[in-house]
Design a binder for this molecule. Structure first.
Ligand code: MN
Length: 341
């Protein structure tokens, strides 16, 4: 089937079955997710890779960044290769590049495209509202709470088996992107899939403990500092904290250490919008925003800062001074809050 994608158009929506068939016809599949991977990115990448390999397909998982320390307990995450160091057993190039959980092609990180061929069929499986259908085949469902759910649907549509290692990775993908099955996007279908994975042997207690109760001390030390500098605006409806680069360096933070910290301030009763401002090397500010109500669309607000995401969870990267970026972003959130009064 590789000949079939000679010069196809981009942007076509495809069903889970169509995606499955395209994958089944591939000779070599590069499985890629976004840089700074989270539980959904890692879980989807590893699960999809193992599911494809069980079908006798050649699949190699690649990520621009290392697996966060807190996710290395997941089976087979050590299979993930760096953009410089991947190879298929026969030395060939991928004819299919499968991007998982990436709102845009660039979300996979710049380095990833250096060695990947332009001629490959691009398959895009994702659940971000801002997804621009960059693939030749696109399975983009914004109602899905996790890309892991879409990976499961592809396997289900094709009747493909899910080995225990893939199962645990899928469970982690679902659990992390739903905030342990709490976010509004969590659906009956999410529970159906989670129930199936559990019935098949996923150890819910073990996976949850590894995901949520096994943090290194530096995370709590950092949190203590962040909270001492907590900022509340708009009569307590906006909560935000700031992470300057020197604090990151002092605590020797690793990727994933700050994951989920925003949920603690989001959980305050008066708070409608929570924002986390993180200063990155090179003068970029990484913004993560969460809203508790669909009438305050943080995806749209992040769009004003060249970012995007979901209505209730979004992000942006802005170059500039930490406090100035903070002030102008909070100003926009205040405007949005005034709009709902
Ligand atoms: Mn996701």
């Amino acid at each position: 089937m590789p000949a079939q994608h000679e010069g196809p158009a981009l942007g076509r929506r495809a069903t889970a079955e169509e995606i499955g068939k395209a994958l089944a016809g591939a000779r070599r599949i590069a499985v890629v997710s976004h840089a700074r991977p989270d539980g959904d990115a890692i879980g989807s990448t590893v699960a999809m890779t193992l599911i494809l390999r069980d079908q006798g397909l050649n699949a190699v998982p690649i990520n621009a960044d290392p697996v966060p320390e807190g996710l290395t307990f997941l089976p087979a995450t050590d299979e993930i290769r760096t953009p410089e160091n991947w190879n298929f057993p026969d030395g060939g190039e991928p004819d299919v590049i499968l991007l998982l959980d990436c709102a845009g092609k660039d979300r996979s990180g710049t380095g990833i495209w250096n060695r990947l061929p332009d001629s490959a069929l691009l398959i895009n499986i994702d659940h971000h509202v801002s997804n621009d259908l960059f693939g030749h085949l696109n399975l983009v469902d914004v109602s899905a709470p996790a890309t892991g759910e879409l990976v499961y649907r592809v396997a289900e549509a094709m009747g493909w088996s899910i080995c225990p290692q893939a199962r645990d990775n899928l469970f982690a993908a679902l659990s992390t992107d739903t905030g342990s099955f709490r976010y509004p996007s969590t659906s009956a279908d999410t529970f159906r899939i989670a129930a199936k994975l559990t019935a098949d042997g996923a150890d819910v207690g073990m996976i949850s403990q590894q995901l949520y109760e096994s943090y290194p001390f530096r995370r709590i030390g950092l949190l203590r500092e962040l909270l001492s500098d907590l900022r509340m605006d708009a009569e307590g409806r906006i909560a935000s904290y700031r992470l300057p680069l020197d604090m990151t360096n002092r605590w020797e933070l690793k990727p994933g250490d700050t994951e989920g910290l925003i949920d603690l301030i989001r959980a305050v009763d008066s708070v409608i919008v929570a924002v986390f401002f993180e200063e990155m090397p090179g003068g970029t500010i990484r913004i993560s925003a969460r809203s508790k109500t669909p009438t305050v669309d943080v995806g749209q607000i992040c769009g004003l800062f060249q970012g995007g995401g979901h209505r209730l969870a979004a992000g942006a990267r802005v170059s500039g001074d930490l406090d100035m970026v903070m002030n102008s972003f909070i100003n926009e959130v205040e405007k949005a809050l005034n709009g709902i009064n």
